[in-house]
Ligand binder design. Sequence first.
Ligand SMILES: O=C1O[C@H](COP(=O)(O)O)[C@@H](O)[C@H](O)[C@H]1O
Length: 263
Amino acid sequence: KSKQLAPSKPIMTSPKLNKLESEEHVADALAAYVADLSSKSIADHGSFSVVLSGGSLIDTMRKLVQPPYVGKIDWKNWLIFWLDERVVPLDHPDSNYKLANDGFLSKVPIPKANIYPIKENLSPEKAAEEYEERLKQLVANKKLKTSAITGMAKFDLMLLGMGPDGHVASLFCWHFQRFEKKKWVTFITDSPKPPPPRITFTFPLINSASEIAMVVTGEDAADAVKVTLGEHADYGYPLPVQKVKPEGGYTWFLDKEATSLLK
Ligand SMILES: O=C1O[C@H](COP(=O)(O)O)[C@@H](O)[C@H](O)[C@H]1O
């Protein structure tokens, strides 16, 4: 009788889907979810490490900087990182740091020392290496947890958005970065969405997170949502978003327009 081999990784359970009436409902549900995780993480290990995307996500986080959340959250124990960043100065209109700072970070008392933007004036390759090195130092200093499965940093929460082409972070279809297995952070110099030079977390690092929230709104995303969550989920060549298979929790926040092509 053949022996049954133990799987090398836990098998991911299906994501929790929050299909909501409107973008406003998504913003409400997201704020409640993030505030709850913040309390649980800080009660458990004294900090809450949050990784932000750029794009529409920052506006959808707007309720966190409003009552009742803004006054209740223990902001001083938050640590902020970026899933991907455009290699431009931090005050450039294309910078994901600037987007987050203008719409979110400047409105809450997170200590500056707990905010980890990319280093300016480096090439994309050097910026990615430098960011990965900083993450490794934070793991070594026990400021970030480690995944027992990958040995990579285990963030408390990654907040992902998804482009209409199914890209997440700066991991695009037809670009080799999506297949990276060893690096924590990599770079791209020809992003199909401008600006071309960017750095990005890799899938092994993304999937090491304790919790991933996928926040998707608007009808532009409906086709990629159908491919990922619909009945005909297999195109033979998966979209980048289909490679999100976290070892921890996985929750989608969707508005009606984003789910309009689902049965
Ligand atoms: O270029 C990017 O796009 C994605 C998706 O953005 P969205 O506006 O369609 O939500 C974003 O998650 C990523 O961080 C950003 O650099």
